[in-house]
Design a protein around this ligand. Structure first.
Ligand code: NDP
Length: 399
Protein backbone atom coordinates (compact mmCIF):
# COMPACT_ATOMS: atom_id res chain seq x y z
CA UNK A 1 0.00 0.00 0.00
CA UNK A 2 2.48 2.74 1.00
CA UNK A 3 5.12 4.38 3.14
CA UNK A 4 5.09 6.10 6.54
CA UNK A 5 7.67 8.45 7.97
CA UNK A 6 7.79 7.89 11.74
CA UNK A 7 9.29 10.80 13.69
CA UNK A 8 10.63 9.92 17.15
CA UNK A 9 12.38 6.77 18.34
CA UNK A 10 11.28 6.55 21.98
CA UNK A 11 8.94 4.22 23.86
CA UNK A 12 5.84 4.87 21.75
CA UNK A 13 7.73 4.93 18.44
CA UNK A 14 9.18 1.51 19.18
CA UNK A 15 5.67 0.01 19.43
CA UNK A 16 4.53 1.88 16.30
CA UNK A 17 7.46 0.41 14.38
CA UNK A 18 6.70 -3.13 15.62
CA UNK A 19 3.03 -2.77 14.73
CA UNK A 20 3.70 -1.32 11.26
CA UNK A 21 5.95 -4.32 10.61
CA UNK A 22 3.10 -6.64 11.68
CA UNK A 23 0.91 -4.86 9.12
CA UNK A 24 3.18 -4.91 6.08
CA UNK A 25 0.30 -4.98 3.59
CA UNK A 26 -0.40 -1.36 4.56
CA UNK A 27 3.08 -0.32 5.68
CA UNK A 28 5.25 -1.62 2.85
CA UNK A 29 7.94 0.82 3.80
CA UNK A 30 8.76 2.91 6.89
CA UNK A 31 11.43 5.47 7.58
CA UNK A 32 12.26 6.02 11.28
CA UNK A 33 13.68 9.51 11.83
CA UNK A 34 14.66 11.14 15.10
CA UNK A 35 17.12 13.45 16.81
CA UNK A 36 19.34 10.54 17.91
CA UNK A 37 19.75 8.39 14.82
CA UNK A 38 21.40 5.53 16.77
CA UNK A 39 18.01 4.85 18.42
CA UNK A 40 16.40 4.61 14.95
CA UNK A 41 19.17 2.27 13.79
CA UNK A 42 18.69 0.09 16.88
CA UNK A 43 14.98 -0.27 16.05
CA UNK A 44 15.78 -1.07 12.44
CA UNK A 45 18.33 -3.67 13.54
CA UNK A 46 15.70 -5.37 15.74
CA UNK A 47 12.97 -5.48 13.10
CA UNK A 48 14.47 -5.67 9.65
CA UNK A 49 14.20 -8.87 7.69
CA UNK A 50 10.40 -8.91 7.52
CA UNK A 51 8.24 -7.70 4.64
CA UNK A 52 8.28 -4.01 5.65
CA UNK A 53 11.33 -2.20 4.27
CA UNK A 54 12.94 -0.01 6.96
CA UNK A 55 15.22 3.00 6.54
CA UNK A 56 16.42 5.52 9.14
CA UNK A 57 17.35 9.20 9.17
CA UNK A 58 18.53 11.92 11.53
CA UNK A 59 16.25 14.93 11.89
CA UNK A 60 15.75 17.83 14.25
CA UNK A 61 11.97 18.08 14.25
CA UNK A 62 12.11 21.61 15.67
CA UNK A 63 13.52 22.68 12.30
CA UNK A 64 10.91 22.98 9.53
CA UNK A 65 13.45 23.16 6.69
CA UNK A 66 15.15 19.95 7.80
CA UNK A 67 11.77 18.25 8.00
CA UNK A 68 10.77 19.46 4.53
CA UNK A 69 14.04 18.19 3.06
CA UNK A 70 13.52 14.80 4.74
CA UNK A 71 9.90 14.48 3.55
CA UNK A 72 10.90 15.45 0.01
CA UNK A 73 13.66 12.84 0.06
CA UNK A 74 11.61 10.00 1.60
CA UNK A 75 8.27 10.79 -0.13
CA UNK A 76 6.03 9.17 2.54
CA UNK A 77 2.23 8.92 2.29
CA UNK A 78 1.88 9.97 5.92
CA UNK A 79 4.00 11.42 8.72
CA UNK A 80 3.43 9.72 12.09
CA UNK A 81 4.51 12.17 14.78
CA UNK A 82 5.56 10.26 17.90
CA UNK A 83 8.23 12.75 18.97
CA UNK A 84 7.17 15.18 21.71
CA UNK A 85 4.18 17.57 21.76
CA UNK A 86 6.59 20.51 21.30
CA UNK A 87 7.23 19.39 17.71
CA UNK A 88 3.59 19.19 16.55
CA UNK A 89 3.45 22.57 14.80
CA UNK A 90 6.81 22.35 13.02
CA UNK A 91 5.88 18.89 11.70
CA UNK A 92 2.43 20.16 10.61
CA UNK A 93 4.15 23.07 8.80
CA UNK A 94 6.42 20.64 6.98
CA UNK A 95 3.43 18.45 6.00
CA UNK A 96 1.66 21.52 4.61
CA UNK A 97 4.72 22.51 2.57
CA UNK A 98 5.03 19.01 1.09
CA UNK A 99 1.28 18.12 0.97
CA UNK A 100 1.62 14.95 3.04
CA UNK A 101 -0.95 13.68 5.58
CA UNK A 102 -0.17 14.12 9.29
CA UNK A 103 -0.95 12.23 12.50
CA UNK A 104 -0.01 12.59 16.19
CA UNK A 105 -0.84 11.30 19.68
CA UNK A 106 -0.63 14.43 21.84
CA UNK A 107 -1.61 18.06 21.37
CA UNK A 108 0.85 20.90 20.93
CA UNK A 109 2.34 22.47 24.02
CA UNK A 110 4.72 25.41 24.06
CA UNK A 111 7.91 24.47 25.96
CA UNK A 112 7.47 27.26 28.50
CA UNK A 113 3.74 26.81 29.30
CA UNK A 114 2.35 23.57 30.70
CA UNK A 115 -1.08 23.90 29.10
CA UNK A 116 -2.83 21.40 26.87
CA UNK A 117 -5.01 23.12 24.30
CA UNK A 118 -5.99 22.29 20.76
CA UNK A 119 -6.27 25.93 19.71
CA UNK A 120 -2.85 26.06 18.04
CA UNK A 121 -3.48 22.96 15.94
CA UNK A 122 -7.14 23.75 15.18
CA UNK A 123 -5.91 27.02 13.64
CA UNK A 124 -4.39 24.89 10.84
CA UNK A 125 -7.80 23.57 9.71
CA UNK A 126 -8.27 25.86 6.74
CA UNK A 127 -4.68 25.49 5.57
CA UNK A 128 -5.00 21.68 5.60
CA UNK A 129 -8.33 21.89 3.77
CA UNK A 130 -6.79 24.11 1.07
CA UNK A 131 -3.77 21.81 0.74
CA UNK A 132 -6.12 18.81 0.39
CA UNK A 133 -4.40 16.88 3.19
CA UNK A 134 -5.61 15.24 6.40
CA UNK A 135 -4.35 15.88 9.92
CA UNK A 136 -5.54 13.30 12.46
CA UNK A 137 -4.97 14.63 15.99
CA UNK A 138 -4.60 12.52 19.12
CA UNK A 139 -4.47 8.92 17.91
CA UNK A 140 -3.03 7.33 21.06
CA UNK A 141 -5.12 5.77 23.84
CA UNK A 142 -6.13 8.84 25.81
CA UNK A 143 -6.51 10.93 23.73
CA UNK A 144 -7.27 8.48 20.98
CA UNK A 145 -9.14 5.29 21.76
CA UNK A 146 -11.21 7.17 24.36
CA UNK A 147 -12.52 9.41 21.54
CA UNK A 148 -13.20 6.37 19.32
CA UNK A 149 -15.07 4.70 22.23
CA UNK A 150 -17.17 7.88 22.60
CA UNK A 151 -18.00 8.02 18.88
CA UNK A 152 -18.85 4.29 18.95
CA UNK A 153 -21.13 4.68 21.99
CA UNK A 154 -22.94 7.59 20.32
CA UNK A 155 -23.32 5.68 17.06
CA UNK A 156 -24.49 2.33 18.45
CA UNK A 157 -25.68 2.67 22.05
CA UNK A 158 -27.24 6.11 22.62
CA UNK A 159 -29.44 8.76 21.05
CA UNK A 160 -27.85 11.32 23.39
CA UNK A 161 -24.82 11.06 25.68
CA UNK A 162 -25.04 13.36 28.72
CA UNK A 163 -22.13 12.23 30.91
CA UNK A 164 -18.73 10.72 30.14
CA UNK A 165 -16.20 9.62 32.76
CA UNK A 166 -12.86 8.53 31.31
CA UNK A 167 -11.02 6.21 33.71
CA UNK A 168 -7.34 5.43 33.24
CA UNK A 169 -5.96 2.84 35.66
CA UNK A 170 -2.47 1.46 35.77
CA UNK A 171 -1.95 -1.37 38.23
CA UNK A 172 1.55 -2.02 36.90
CA UNK A 173 4.48 -2.34 39.31
CA UNK A 174 8.02 -1.69 38.03
CA UNK A 175 9.71 -2.15 41.38
CA UNK A 176 11.28 1.34 41.52
CA UNK A 177 10.27 3.70 44.35
CA UNK A 178 9.51 6.36 41.71
CA UNK A 179 9.50 6.36 37.90
CA UNK A 180 7.15 7.57 35.22
CA UNK A 181 5.68 5.29 32.58
CA UNK A 182 6.24 7.64 29.69
CA UNK A 183 8.38 10.70 29.05
CA UNK A 184 8.87 12.01 32.65
CA UNK A 185 8.84 15.65 31.61
CA UNK A 186 5.49 15.35 29.80
CA UNK A 187 4.03 13.11 32.52
CA UNK A 188 4.99 15.38 35.42
CA UNK A 189 3.82 18.52 33.62
CA UNK A 190 0.46 16.79 33.18
CA UNK A 191 -0.06 15.63 36.78
CA UNK A 192 1.21 18.75 38.55
CA UNK A 193 -1.09 21.04 36.57
CA UNK A 194 -4.50 22.12 37.93
CA UNK A 195 -7.31 19.67 37.29
CA UNK A 196 -10.45 20.60 35.39
CA UNK A 197 -13.62 19.14 33.98
CA UNK A 198 -16.33 20.27 31.62
CA UNK A 199 -19.80 20.88 33.03
CA UNK A 200 -22.82 22.60 31.48
CA UNK A 201 -20.80 24.45 28.87
CA UNK A 202 -17.99 25.63 31.13
CA UNK A 203 -14.66 24.51 32.57
CA UNK A 204 -14.60 23.88 36.32
CA UNK A 205 -11.03 24.19 37.59
CA UNK A 206 -9.66 22.25 40.60
CA UNK A 207 -6.39 22.19 42.52
CA UNK A 208 -4.02 19.40 41.39
CA UNK A 209 -5.30 16.05 42.81
CA UNK A 210 -8.12 17.82 44.67
CA UNK A 211 -10.86 15.37 43.61
CA UNK A 212 -10.28 11.76 44.60
CA UNK A 213 -12.52 8.73 44.04
CA UNK A 214 -12.09 4.99 44.60
CA UNK A 215 -13.18 2.70 41.77
CA UNK A 216 -13.35 -1.08 41.51
CA UNK A 217 -11.85 -1.69 38.04
CA UNK A 218 -12.68 -4.88 36.13
CA UNK A 219 -9.68 -7.29 36.20
CA UNK A 220 -7.65 -4.88 38.38
CA UNK A 221 -9.65 -4.23 41.55
CA UNK A 222 -10.04 -1.16 43.75
CA UNK A 223 -7.78 1.83 43.05
CA UNK A 224 -7.55 5.44 44.16
CA UNK A 225 -8.07 7.76 41.20
CA UNK A 226 -7.78 11.52 40.85
CA UNK A 227 -9.43 14.02 38.55
CA UNK A 228 -7.00 15.55 36.02
CA UNK A 229 -7.39 17.88 33.10
CA UNK A 230 -6.87 15.88 29.91
CA UNK A 231 -6.75 17.07 26.36
CA UNK A 232 -9.59 14.96 24.91
CA UNK A 233 -12.07 16.72 27.23
CA UNK A 234 -11.73 19.81 25.04
CA UNK A 235 -12.53 18.13 21.73
CA UNK A 236 -15.19 15.76 23.11
CA UNK A 237 -17.02 18.71 24.69
CA UNK A 238 -17.38 20.11 21.16
CA UNK A 239 -17.91 16.95 19.17
CA UNK A 240 -20.34 14.98 21.37
CA UNK A 241 -23.37 17.20 21.03
CA UNK A 242 -25.71 17.38 24.02
CA UNK A 243 -22.95 16.50 26.51
CA UNK A 244 -23.46 17.89 30.03
CA UNK A 245 -20.31 16.77 31.81
CA UNK A 246 -16.99 15.09 30.97
CA UNK A 247 -14.38 14.15 33.56
CA UNK A 248 -11.05 12.34 33.40
CA UNK A 249 -9.63 10.25 36.26
CA UNK A 250 -6.23 8.59 36.54
CA UNK A 251 -5.02 6.20 39.23
CA UNK A 252 -1.96 7.05 41.33
CA UNK A 253 -0.53 5.19 44.31
CA UNK A 254 0.17 6.89 47.65
CA UNK A 255 3.87 6.26 47.04
CA UNK A 256 3.88 8.00 43.65
CA UNK A 257 2.04 11.03 45.03
CA UNK A 258 4.33 11.34 48.07
CA UNK A 259 7.45 11.34 45.88
CA UNK A 260 5.87 13.85 43.54
CA UNK A 261 4.92 16.16 46.41
CA UNK A 262 8.50 16.14 47.73
CA UNK A 263 9.95 16.79 44.27
CA UNK A 264 7.48 19.64 43.80
CA UNK A 265 8.21 21.12 47.24
CA UNK A 266 11.96 21.23 46.57
CA UNK A 267 11.44 22.82 43.14
CA UNK A 268 12.49 19.87 40.98
CA UNK A 269 9.31 19.86 38.87
CA UNK A 270 9.62 23.51 37.85
CA UNK A 271 9.86 24.36 34.14
CA UNK A 272 11.39 27.79 34.85
CA UNK A 273 15.07 27.81 33.83
CA UNK A 274 17.66 28.40 36.61
CA UNK A 275 21.40 29.03 36.50
CA UNK A 276 23.52 26.10 37.73
CA UNK A 277 27.33 26.36 37.72
CA UNK A 278 27.23 28.97 34.96
CA UNK A 279 24.79 27.03 32.78
CA UNK A 280 21.05 27.50 32.39
CA UNK A 281 19.08 24.34 33.23
CA UNK A 282 15.38 23.52 33.58
CA UNK A 283 14.85 21.61 36.87
CA UNK A 284 12.23 19.28 35.34
CA UNK A 285 14.55 18.41 32.45
CA UNK A 286 17.33 17.65 34.93
CA UNK A 287 14.93 15.46 36.91
CA UNK A 288 14.11 13.59 33.69
CA UNK A 289 17.81 12.89 33.23
CA UNK A 290 18.13 11.24 36.66
CA UNK A 291 14.90 9.21 36.60
CA UNK A 292 14.75 5.73 35.03
CA UNK A 293 14.23 5.84 31.26
CA UNK A 294 10.59 4.74 30.65
CA UNK A 295 11.87 2.41 27.93
CA UNK A 296 13.86 0.53 30.61
CA UNK A 297 10.71 -0.27 32.63
CA UNK A 298 9.43 -2.84 30.12
CA UNK A 299 11.23 -5.93 31.42
CA UNK A 300 10.45 -5.08 35.08
CA UNK A 301 6.75 -4.13 34.94
CA UNK A 302 4.10 -6.60 36.07
CA UNK A 303 0.33 -6.13 36.26
CA UNK A 304 -2.35 -4.65 34.03
CA UNK A 305 -3.80 -1.39 32.78
CA UNK A 306 -7.51 -0.73 32.34
CA UNK A 307 -8.54 2.35 30.35
CA UNK A 308 -12.10 3.06 29.30
CA UNK A 309 -15.14 5.32 29.29
CA UNK A 310 -18.38 5.19 31.25
CA UNK A 311 -21.32 6.81 29.48
CA UNK A 312 -24.70 7.88 30.76
CA UNK A 313 -27.42 9.10 28.41
CA UNK A 314 -30.67 8.33 26.64
CA UNK A 315 -31.70 5.57 24.24
CA UNK A 316 -35.27 5.34 22.94
CA UNK A 317 -36.43 7.79 25.59
CA UNK A 318 -34.94 5.78 28.47
CA UNK A 319 -31.87 6.48 30.63
CA UNK A 320 -29.02 4.03 30.20
CA UNK A 321 -25.39 3.50 31.22
CA UNK A 322 -22.60 1.82 29.27
CA UNK A 323 -18.88 1.14 29.86
CA UNK A 324 -16.27 0.22 27.22
CA UNK A 325 -12.72 -0.53 28.30
CA UNK A 326 -9.52 -2.30 27.37
CA UNK A 327 -7.37 -4.31 29.75
CA UNK A 328 -3.74 -4.66 28.78
CA UNK A 329 -1.08 -6.80 30.50
CA UNK A 330 2.38 -5.25 30.89
CA UNK A 331 4.21 -8.59 30.70
CA UNK A 332 2.28 -9.75 27.63
CA UNK A 333 3.16 -6.48 25.86
CA UNK A 334 6.79 -6.92 26.74
CA UNK A 335 6.76 -10.48 25.40
CA UNK A 336 5.24 -9.31 22.12
CA UNK A 337 7.07 -6.06 21.33
CA UNK A 338 9.62 -5.45 24.12
CA UNK A 339 7.69 -2.52 25.70
CA UNK A 340 5.40 -2.06 28.70
CA UNK A 341 1.66 -1.45 28.35
CA UNK A 342 1.75 2.37 28.48
CA UNK A 343 3.82 2.58 25.30
CA UNK A 344 1.85 -0.34 23.83
CA UNK A 345 -1.58 1.21 24.43
CA UNK A 346 -0.36 4.40 22.71
CA UNK A 347 1.64 2.84 19.86
CA UNK A 348 -1.06 0.42 18.65
CA UNK A 349 -3.73 3.16 18.11
CA UNK A 350 -1.07 5.35 16.48
CA UNK A 351 -0.41 2.66 13.89
CA UNK A 352 -4.17 2.09 13.44
CA UNK A 353 -4.84 5.84 12.98
CA UNK A 354 -2.15 6.01 10.31
CA UNK A 355 -3.65 2.93 8.66
CA UNK A 356 -7.13 4.57 8.64
CA UNK A 357 -5.73 7.59 6.79
CA UNK A 358 -3.48 5.60 4.44
CA UNK A 359 -6.25 3.20 3.40
CA UNK A 360 -8.53 6.18 2.68
CA UNK A 361 -11.12 5.19 5.33
CA UNK A 362 -10.44 8.39 7.25
CA UNK A 363 -9.12 10.64 4.51
CA UNK A 364 -10.72 14.09 4.60
CA UNK A 365 -8.90 17.39 3.97
CA UNK A 366 -8.64 19.41 7.18
CA UNK A 367 -7.62 18.98 10.82
CA UNK A 368 -9.71 16.49 12.81
CA UNK A 369 -9.92 14.94 16.23
CA UNK A 370 -10.36 11.21 16.24
CA UNK A 371 -14.04 11.14 17.33
CA UNK A 372 -14.99 13.02 14.15
CA UNK A 373 -14.46 9.88 12.04
CA UNK A 374 -16.48 6.64 11.73
CA UNK A 375 -15.35 4.57 14.75
CA UNK A 376 -16.27 1.13 13.36
CA UNK A 377 -13.16 0.27 11.29
CA UNK A 378 -10.92 1.51 14.13
CA UNK A 379 -12.82 -0.59 16.71
CA UNK A 380 -12.35 -3.69 14.51
CA UNK A 381 -8.65 -2.93 14.14
CA UNK A 382 -8.22 -2.61 17.94
CA UNK A 383 -9.44 -6.20 18.31
CA UNK A 384 -7.14 -7.37 15.53
CA UNK A 385 -3.94 -5.59 16.56
CA UNK A 386 -3.72 -6.33 20.28
CA UNK A 387 -6.11 -4.03 22.16
CA UNK A 388 -9.40 -5.95 22.36
CA UNK A 389 -12.19 -4.05 24.09
CA UNK A 390 -14.93 -5.21 26.43
CA UNK A 391 -18.30 -3.72 27.23
CA UNK A 392 -20.58 -3.67 30.26
CA UNK A 393 -24.20 -2.48 30.27
CA UNK A 394 -24.55 -2.06 34.05
CA UNK A 395 -21.29 -0.51 35.25
CA UNK A 396 -20.55 0.87 38.70
CA UNK A 397 -20.80 4.65 38.26
CA UNK A 398 -18.43 7.30 39.64
CA UNK A 399 -20.20 9.75 41.97
P1 NDP B 1 10.05 9.43 24.50
O1 NDP B 1 10.67 10.52 25.28
O2 NDP B 1 10.33 8.00 24.87
O3 NDP B 1 10.43 9.59 22.95
C1 NDP B 1 10.39 10.82 22.28
C2 NDP B 1 11.21 10.69 21.04
O4 NDP B 1 11.14 11.93 20.33
C3 NDP B 1 12.70 10.44 21.31
O5 NDP B 1 13.17 9.48 20.40
C4 NDP B 1 13.31 11.80 21.08
O6 NDP B 1 14.64 11.80 20.64
C5 NDP B 1 12.44 12.32 19.96
N1 NDP B 1 12.56 13.77 19.87
C6 NDP B 1 12.42 14.69 20.85
N2 NDP B 1 12.67 15.92 20.39
C7 NDP B 1 12.97 15.77 19.08
C8 NDP B 1 13.34 16.67 18.05
N3 NDP B 1 13.42 17.99 18.26
N4 NDP B 1 13.59 16.16 16.82
C9 NDP B 1 13.50 14.84 16.58
N5 NDP B 1 13.17 13.95 17.51
C10 NDP B 1 12.91 14.40 18.74
O7 NDP B 1 8.47 9.70 24.52
P2 NDP B 1 7.30 8.63 24.34
O8 NDP B 1 7.64 7.70 23.25
O9 NDP B 1 6.92 8.11 25.68
O10 NDP B 1 6.10 9.58 23.87
C11 NDP B 1 5.96 9.98 22.51
C12 NDP B 1 4.70 10.84 22.35
O11 NDP B 1 3.56 10.08 22.72
C13 NDP B 1 4.67 12.09 23.22
O12 NDP B 1 4.17 13.16 22.46
C14 NDP B 1 3.69 11.75 24.32
O13 NDP B 1 3.06 12.89 24.85
C15 NDP B 1 2.72 10.87 23.55
N6 NDP B 1 1.91 9.98 24.40
C16 NDP B 1 0.57 9.91 24.14
C17 NDP B 1 -0.26 9.08 24.88
C18 NDP B 1 -1.68 8.91 24.52
O14 NDP B 1 -2.35 8.00 25.03
N7 NDP B 1 -2.27 9.71 23.65
C19 NDP B 1 0.28 8.31 26.03
C20 NDP B 1 1.72 8.37 26.16
C21 NDP B 1 2.48 9.21 25.38
P3 NDP B 1 15.91 11.61 21.65
O15 NDP B 1 16.02 10.15 21.75
O16 NDP B 1 17.03 12.26 20.94
O17 NDP B 1 15.54 12.28 22.93
Amino acid sequence: MGKALIIGAGGVASVVVHKCCQNSEVFEEICIASRTVSKCDALKEKLQGGKTKITTAQVDADNVDELIALINKEKPDIVINVALPYQDLTIMDACLATKVDYMDTANYEPLDTAKFEYKWQWEYKEKFEKAGITALLGSGFDPGVTGVFSAYALKHEFDEIHYIDILDANAGDHGYPFATNFNPEINIREVTANGSYWENGDWVETEPMEIKRVYDFPEIGEKDMYLLHHEELESLALNITGIKRIRFFMTFSERYLTHLKVLENVGMTSIKPIMFEGKEIVPLQFLKAVLPDPASLGPRTKGKTNIGCIFKGIKDGKEKTYYIYNVCDHEECYKEVGSQAISYTTGVPAMIGAMMVMTGKWKKPGVYNIEEFDPDPFMDALNKFGLPWKECHSPELVD
